[in-house]
Write a protein that binds this ligand. Structure first.
Ligand code: ADP
Ligand code: 5GP
Length: 211
């Protein structure tokens, strides 16, 4: 039966594990489509342009915004980030779910957009602030100054936890992944996500009355 695509938003303070979880979800369900954001920040070692992010200059970013090419955009940690609109519209029309790794500002903008009925928002909390710091250090991709700035900003992000549909504490990675799979599987079965249900029930009714 056909179903409507969901806009699945993952947010968390930097280092809580949302990119790792997003990658695992993409392996779990290869039909999920990841919204590749545009950003003006520099690529980290191992990041692939066009897969992790579209790495763009500030003028190129501004042009995308001015041309109304962004579903949402925000300034985070002194850089600009935004979700290009066109791939999201294509995926939704095909009934495919789109996964977003965006901050609370992006989550709020998508939740207030004309696609709000399709939004499923999930916030990921770290088990502790000490562990959050440990993960940022362990990731080994940011210099100490950047890690400090991300830690300072972490409370700003966490303070928006109660604007989300679901909130998970990412202690054990396998457990959190399993919880995410459960949430997504259940949300896909919501009545509103299955536009063909009404026709099916009418067919059942005809069959019932003709017996
Ligand atoms: P974010 O995308 O939220 O900034 P990452 O996914 O990059 O965070 O994760 C930060 C670091 O923490 C990575 O090195 C990742 O492997 C590690 N990590 C993520 N989740 C867990 C977890 N549940 N337990 C231990 N380490 C984790
Ligand atoms: P990072 O630089 O660690 O990849 O991402 C920093 C922050 O920016 C994270 O909180 C991440 O979720 C957020 N982010 C990434 N892409 C987007 C986007 O397209 N829009 C918004 N609003 N935030 C984003």
């Amino acid at each position: 039966m056909a179903r409507r695509g969901l806009l699945i938003i993952l947010s968390s303070p930097s280092g809580a594990g949302k990119s790792t979880l997003a990658k695992r979800l993409m392996v779990w369900d290869t039909a999920l489509s990841f919204s590749v954001s545009a950003t003006t920040r520099q690529p980290r070692a191992g990041e692939v342009d066009g897969a992790d992010y579209h790495f763009v200059t500030e003028p190129a970013f501004r042009k995308l915004v001015d041309d109304r090419g962004m579903l949402e955009h925000a300034r985070v940690f002194d850089n600009y980030y935004g979700s290009p609109k066109a791939p999201v519209q294509t995926a939704i029309e095909l009934g495919r779910d789109v996964l977003f790794d965006v901050d609370w500002q992006g989550a709020q903008q998508i939740s207030n957009s004309d696609l709000q009925d399709a939004v499923l928002s999930i916030f990921i909390l770290p088990p502790s602030i000490t562990e959050l710091h440990r993960r940022l250090v362990e990731r080994g991709q940011d210099d100490p100054d950047t890690i400090d700035r991300r830690m300072q900003k972490s409370w700003d992000e966490i303070s928006h936890w109660d604007g989300y549909d679901y909130v998970l504490v990412n202690d054990d990675l396998n457990t959190t992944e399993a919880q995410l799979r459960t949430i997504i599987s259940a949300e896909r079965l919501r009545r509103a996500q299955q536009p063909d249900l009404l026709d099916h029930v009418r067919t059942l009714q005809r069959e019932f009355e003709e017996r």
